[in-house]
Design a protein around this ligand. Structure first.
Ligand code: PMP
Length: 361
């Protein structure tokens, strides 16, 4: 039915939904802890919730196809022009838009081993060729990625911090990468988890974007802003790049509730601060348990952490049976590893308790 490059796409594997596990394992939904999709454990920001309730009265109308209010809020927050912004139905939409706008089946795309699953997916969906570059210490090898660029390469995907490994690129290394990267190659810098990076580790990607028009910054409101279910992402790019992506974008790809909630969430700095605080505390809680239990892990700069257990699928199954949903990484070629999202203290406790039980058994 479909061309070979579509038939060979490996399906994206989302975290198992709570309702599905409850039915499978005959558990109460209330007893299940989901730490599988790097969601914000605080729930939605009260400001975003209020804005959304108000926007409900306008649902008979189409959303603003140009997202004027949301783009204005983003432009103000990040000091960019409205014409530099592309809104996405989640940042997955941004990644896919970049592929659909700039790639043909004759082109190639460079990305790292152990990086986000959507990069190969978006590449393959347009029939382009993925060039996967071997990771170093589970992170991006930027020098090797530069060396892997071919004449046919039109796009590079870099996740910083990276999912699923939680590694980060040093700011100076990213600058050097952009300096050496050919201007004809577009670089998508996926900063889905940037808010979790301590300020001194964070790249000044906006300054980098001003300097290098071939840099596209991708961000999301799904993680630190707590709006994963509403699907809001955005790109900041050179006006000519953003213009092309906006031509390919579906006109109403971000719905009205999402736009209203996003404007309010961007402004809720208390929520953002609390998110980062809770994440830091939870990261400390989980990593100290790993140390105590002798479980090796990859130090993480995101809101999740990947640890090595030997037989990942077996421990994952053990956890599922006890109502703890985390993420197996076999589809990333990391069969002996699992990824857990950082939750609230009680949720992290549940995860640690089941982990200890598995080690005892
Ligand atoms: N980039 C990275 C690195 C991610 O981990 C994710 C979420 N899993 C996304 C992009 C996409 O998130 P969303 O579509 O919800 O913005």
């Amino acid at each position: 039915l479909a061309p070979a490059y579509i038939r060979t796409i490996a399906p994206y594997q989302p975290g198992k939904p709570i309702a599905e596990l409850a039915r499978e394992m005959q558990l109460n939904e209330a007893d299940i802890v989901k730490l599988a999709s790097n969601e914000n454990p605080l729930g939605i920001s009260p400001k975003a919730r209020a804005a959304m309730l108000q926007a409900m009265d306008e649902l008979a109308r189409y959303p603003d196809g140009n997202g004027f209010a949301l783009k204005s809020a983003l432009a103000k927050k990040f000091g960019v022009g409205l014409g530099q912004i592309v809104l996405g139905n989640g940042s997955n939409d941004i990644l896919e838009l970049a592929a659909r706008t700039f790639l043909t089946p004759a082109d190639s795309v460079v990305y790292s081993q152990y990086s986000f699953a959507v990069y190969p997916l978006a590449t393959q969906a347009v029939g382009a060729r993925g060039i996967e570059v071997r990771a170093v210490d589970f992170g991006h090898d930027l020098d090797a990625m530069l060396a892997a660029i071919e004449p046919s390469t039109k796009l590079v995907f870099i996740a910083n911090p990276n999912n699923p490994t939680g590694t980060m690129c040093r700011p100076g290394d990213l600058v050097e990468f952009m300096e050496k990267c050919p201007a004809t190659v577009l670089v998508v810098l996926d900063e889905a988890y940037t808010e979790y990076l301590p300020a001194e580790k964070r790249s000044d990607s906006l300054a980098l974007q001003r300097q290098f028009p071939n840099l596209i910054i991708s961000r999301t409101l799904s993680k630190a802003y707590g709006l994963a279910g509403l699907r809001i992402g955005f790109a900041i790019a050179a006006p000519e790049v953003a213009d092309l992506m906006n031509r390919v974008r579906q006109p109403f790809n971000v719905n009205s509730l999402a736009q209203a909630a996003a404007v309010a969430a961007l402004d809720d700095l208390d929520y953002l601060r609390e998110t980062v605080r809770v994440n830091r505390a939870g990261m400390e809680q989980i990593t100290s348990a790993f140390v105590r239990l002798g479980i090796p892990f990859i130090p993480s700069y995101g809101n999740f952490i990947t640890f090595h257990v030997g037989d990942g699928p077996a421990l994952n199954q053990f956890m599922l049976q006890r109502g703890v949903i985390i993420r197996p990484l076999a589809s990333y070629g990391m069969r002996d590893s699992l990824r857990v999202s950082i939750g609230l203290t009680g949720e992290n406790d549940r995860f640690i308790a089941v982990l200890e039980e598995a080690l005892d058994g």
